[in-house]
Design a protein. Structure first.
Length: 277
């Protein structure tokens, strides 16, 4: 498999919304299968080569096949599969950023992967423009222009919802829904309904996913200092407490739900990432 990966930094005016762009090109002569972990984010793939299949095992393997699509937020792991040449740009967006750029409530995208032509004509045009460019810097400049135009054309996210999201994000999910509701002066029910409608998942699920994302990102450091032997690796209990889980069993259950494997199994397989999704 031949792989090219180029990171692009967005225009500074977009940095509050977009961390980076990832341009990629890979050639796989045999099927390339990956397990993608759950996340409270949205993944935008603007590709122009062979299709990528995205399948949700909870939906009997149903999903989407194409070179340009939106995925998530997802509260379960999924599987991607491709053969041939893949080329495109990947952009990972927080839920508030995706809500602003797309201009539609993310409740319509939760636990789904959908072709971009079903979301907005501007994404189809952008994909075609990116494919027509010959170099990554020009492609990233096209992305800057398109996303800046969307910021100018779409309405801001509700300030109370944005405040609740940022509080969850800053604490890694370590704040109760009741406390969030009090801070934005809404009932718990109203907050949960609005949050799920606009950001795709309820605040309690997002809190779990944010905690998982931090723990999952820490697995790379775990490889450098693996825990001692034990039923699931003695030392995981200490890490569970550090990462905000009740106990080792709680940690394992969350990883099995969101990553499809225990943390120890992921470490043994080298299946970890500092940037889930």
């Amino acid at each position: 498999m031949l792989t090219e990966a180029v990171v692009g930094l967005p225009d500074p005016r977009l940095r509050p919304w977009v961390d980076r762009y990832l341009g990629y090109r890979e050639v796989a002569s045999t099927p390339l299968v990956r397990r993608e972990v759950a996340g409270a984010f949205v993944v935008l793939i603007l590709g122009w080569a062979d299709p990528l299949d995205v399948a949700d095992p909870r939906a009997g393997g149903r999903g989407v096949s194409g070179s340009a699509f939106l995925a998530g937020p997802f509260d379960g792991w999924c599987v991607t599969r491709t053969t041939g040449t893949g080329a495109g740009v990947q952009v990972v967006l927080s839920a508030p950023a995706a809500r602003r750029f797309l201009g539609v409530p993310l409740g319509e995208l939760a636990n789904r992967a959908v072709p971009v032509d079903g979301v907005g004509g501007w994404l189809v045009r952008l994909r075609d423009e990116l494919a027509a460019e010959a170099a990554w810097p020009a492609r990233f400049a096209r992305l800057d222009a398109a996303l800046a135009a969307r910021l100018a054309a779409t309405d801001p996210v509700d300030g109370r919802l944005l405040r609740a999201w940022r509080r969850l994000d800053r604490t890694g999910g370590a704040v109760s829904v009741g406390a969030l509701a009090d801070e934005v002066d809404w009932s718990r029910r109203h907050l949960a309904v609005r949050f799920r409608q606009e950001f795709g998942l309820p605040p309690k699920t997002v809190a779990r996913l944010l905690r998982f994302e931090r723990a999952y990102a820490s697995l790379g450091r775990t490889l450098c200092a693996p825990p001692a032997a034990g039923p699931h690796g003695t030392g995981w209990a200490e890490r569970a407490a550090r990462w905000g889980y009740y106990d080792q069993s709680h940690l394992i259950r969350e990883f099995q739900e969101f990553a499809g494997a225990t943390p120890a199994a992921l470490v043994r397989a080298g299946s970890h990432s500092s940037n889930p999704g």
